[in-house]
Design a protein around this ligand. Structure first.
Ligand code: SF4
Length: 206
């Protein structure tokens, strides 16, 4: 069984989405196929990974952390076959969440499933239809209100999702015009549309 290249792993809290505020053990896997210019996690795909661990070692650390949930993130975690890690987490009764761009198939199956899939579509590199359909929530990072029509089109493919989050891109997180446009859009659409912030950044948390 191959190991997992780890960019970092740490205990913090979930700062985004429906599970915001929950104590979470983040497993940031190394590597990304998307490479957004504005990425705030470039250390997860530039240079070299600081360590490689087995699924058993990662799951043991997640359990020992005492977190409510384990968040498998990146980079793009679906570059890896995540099923061995999911089985090890399940064997320890650790609830596994995934954060993905949706540009690759989500590796699940045969007793290896995520309890929650948060998919953050990148408009210049759209998600696969099957990954979009699997998502439990969508998180859009918006820097320009003109992107909202593309968000709405993508949301149509996420029939299982319980929420479609609109977050301002962090360098514009107090831009009144942008926040006003996101708020107006979410209120006018109603239903599953939500406005939010990347709260962990407000708290200066990782
Ligand atoms: S998909 Fe995520 S990790 Fe990859 S470059 Fe974009 S923001 Fe960074």
């Amino acid at each position: 069984m191959g190991g997992f290249a780890i960019a970092e792993k740490f205990l913090s809290f979930q700062g985004e989405g429906i599970h915001s505020g929950r104590r979470a053990y983040f497993i940031r896997l190394f590597g990304c196929n998307v490479k957004c210019g504005w990425c705030d996690s470039k250390s997860a795909w530039e240079g070299a990974a600081p360590e490689t661990l087995s699924a058993r070692e990662i799951a043991g650390a997640a359990l020992d952390s005492g977190a409510e949930i384990a968040v498998v993130t990146g980079g793009e975690p679906c570059l890896y076959d995540l099923r061995p890690l999911l089985r090890e987490l399940s064997a320890r009764s650790v609830s596994a969440h995934l954060e993905t761009s949706g540009t690759l198939p989500i590796p699940e199956g045969r007793g290896a499933n995520f309890a929650w899939v948060a998919l953050s579509p990148k408009l210049f590199c759209p998600p696969r239809a099957d990954s979009l359909a699997r998502a439990d929530e969508l998180k859009f990072i918006i820097s320009d209100p003109r992107e909202l029509s593309d968000c709405e089109r993508l949301a149509e493919g996420a029939g299982r999702a319980k929420a479609f989050w609109l977050h301002p891109e962090w360098s514009r997180s107090v831009d009144e015009r942008l926040l006003g446009a996101l708020c107006e859009f979410a209120v006018s659409r109603g239903g599953r549309w939500r406005v939010g912030w990347q709260v962990h950044k407000l708290y200066r948390a990782r």
